[in-house]
Design a protein around this ligand. Structure first.
Ligand code: C5P
Length: 223
């Protein structure tokens, strides 16, 4: 594939999964490997884009020619997204962002209770929804915003509702399963457009889904 249809464009991709610390040794996290987000970053770079990859706790090596910004928590990711999005033509949020974080961070390691007593309940507070905030704010005119949604049931109905709630242009909906989505090399998905479009991407490499996402993003660029 020798298209450079993204030349001159700046795209921002988030990848991996946020970790919300409880204390210096523990966190609340998720199973996102970062593979889909890294595939998006690689394919965009191959198509000529300047790529900023906001990487949340992924073990993957930095893709060549991509500006990688490491982030840990949802709040750090939010700051990094809002900063990078200022001059971005497109933002694709592939990271799995924690919806909640521990209400308090214990600066010292949390200890077991004396005498085998029951633990305190864990208090959580909401994290901001970065995708919804960005979709509402659009720091740059004509910016295309895409998100991902992993669902286990009624995938398309939940996807449509989520697309509307978030206000993004595209939502890549994938079903959580054994050989796909989290940690897998392959994926299958339906990409929903705010214009009502529906693009099915059959089971295959995450690069193929990534290229389809960039096709759909590029179609939505103004002019
Ligand atoms: O609501 P849900 O977590 O299923 O939405 C998934 C999409 O929203 C992903 O694109 C994810 O990156 C984004 N998201 C976000 N901020 C959150 C939660 C999810 O940007 N707090």
């Amino acid at each position: 594939r020798h298209v450079t249809d993204l030349a001159g464009r700046h795209v921002v991709v988030s990848a991996g999964g946020t970790r919300e610390p409880l204390d210096p040794v523990r966190f609340l996290g998720n199973r996102s490997s970062g593979k889909q987000g890294y595939a998006l970053a690689r394919t965009a770079a191959a198509r000529g884009a300047r790529v900023t990859l906001l990487s949340a706790n992924s073990a993957l090596p930095d893709p060549a020619g991509v500006d990688v910004v490491p982030v840990g928590t949802a709040l750090e990711l939010r700051d990094a997204v809002l900063k990078a999005a200022v001059d971005a033509d497109a933002v694709v949020m592939a990271a799995a962002v924690a919806d909640f974080r521990p209400a308090v961070y214990a600066p010292g390691k949390i200890k077991k209770k004396e005498g085998g007593a029951e633990p305190e309940p864990l208090e959580l507070v909401r994290n901001p929804d970065i995708l919804a905030e960005l979709s509402g704010a659009r720091p740059r005119a004509g910016q295309v915003v895409a998100g991902f949604a992993a669902e286990t049931d009624d995938v398309l109905a939940h996807g449509r509702a989520k697309l509307a709630a978030k206000g993004c242009d595209l939502l890549v909906v994938n079903e959580v399963g054994e050989r796909k989505t989290f940690g897998a090399e392959e994926n299958e998905a339906v990409v929903l457009g705010a214009d009502g479009s529906e693009t099915t991407v059959p089971y295959g490499p995450k690069e193929t889904l990534a290229d389809t996402v960039w096709d759909l993003v590029a179609e939505r660029f103004p002019e």
